[in-house]
Design a protein. Sequence first.
Length: 152
Amino acid sequence: MIRKAALRDAPDILRLVNDNARRGLMLAKSPYDIYRNILEFIVYVDDKTGTVVGCSRLAVLWKDIGEVASLAVDDRFKRMGIGRELVKKCIETAKEIGLPKVISLTYQNAFFESVGFKRVERENLPHKVFSDCIHCPKVDNCDECAYEFNIG
C-alpha cells in the first residue's frame, strides 16, 4: 500500500535511503534532509507487517518541473514492482498538480528507462543544477545520469 509519509516514517526512510547509498545506488541523506522534506515523501508499506519497505518523493523544482527523488526499496522487496509503483504515484501526483515534466538524477539508468524516462544532459536541467546540485559534495564530479519524463 502506498500512502503519504508521516513523521513516524522518517527513521525508516532514512534507513532505506542510506542503506542503498552505502551500496553506491544513490546519494546519502541526513536526518535533516528527510524531516525537512517529509511532506513530499510517499511510502510503500508491506500489508502483512505494516513495515515501510519503499519510499520516494516528488519535489517541485519550478513551475514546470518536478523531481522524483530518494527512491529506495528494501533489498528483500526488490523486483516486486514497488519502485515502479512509487514512480507511477509520483507521476500521477505531478499530473494532478499541473507539472508537465519530472526528472530524476540517478545511478539506476536501466530502471528509469524501463518506466519511460528518457536520458538528457544535466545541463538541460538548470533549476535542478542551481537549486540542489550546487550544494552537493559531488557538484564538480557528478556521476549521476539525468532523466526526464514528459507528462503532457
